[in-house]
Design a protein around this ligand. Structure first.
Ligand code: CA2
Length: 146
């Protein structure tokens, strides 16, 4: 099984600023821990981070026929981008939406996600470990064990 892990705008800055909000792990730290979980679950991962909406759309379109599912933290585009949701719909790749923070406990403009309606599941508020939980959950729903 192959899973893509997509990160959106500014998440390349993780661990360098705003640690009280987003934690002190870098994106590379998160990816390293996901690799450990992936080895345990016998799945292959691919990682990418894009600051631009168009680049994220291109990345999602490129998943078609290559991966079984995706994790995505689309950052602030989560709250605005129907285009990202449309891209996932077009490629028919099941995805789990991930957020480091509990977006429902933040400013009003962050309390709605346009990606959520198309997501297989949403994990938010667990910080960096949320990515690991999301990977375990996605693999479980794609290949349930008895
Ligand atoms: O909680 C999340 O994971 C978010 O997707 C993070 C986004 C934010 O716009 C969403 O509302 C919720 C922001 C990511 C920016 O990350 C930074 C990391 C370090 C310093 C500054 C920003």
């Amino acid at each position: 099984m192959r899973i893509a892990v997509l990160n959106g705008p500014n998440l390349n800055l993780l661990g360098t600023r705003e640690p009280a909000l987003y934690g002190s792990d870098t994106l590379a730290d998160i990816e390293g821990r996901l690799r450990v979980v992936a080895a345990e679950l016998h799945v292959d991962l691919e990682f990418s981070q894009h600051n631009g909406e168009g680049a994220l759309i291109d990345a999602i379109q490129g998943l078609r026929g290559r991966v079984h599912g995706a994790l995505i933290n689309a950052g602030a585009y989560s709250h605005t981008s129907l285009a990202l949701r449309d891209a996932f719909g077009a490629v028919a790749v099941p995805y789990v939406e991930v957020h480091l923070t509990n977006i429902y406990a933040r400013e009003p403009e962050r309390r709605h996600s346009v990606l959520a309606a198309g997501a297989r599941a949403v994990v938010c508020g667990f910080g960096a470990v949320g990515y690991e939980l999301a990977l375990r959950g996605l693999v479980h729903v794609l290949a349930p064990r008895s």
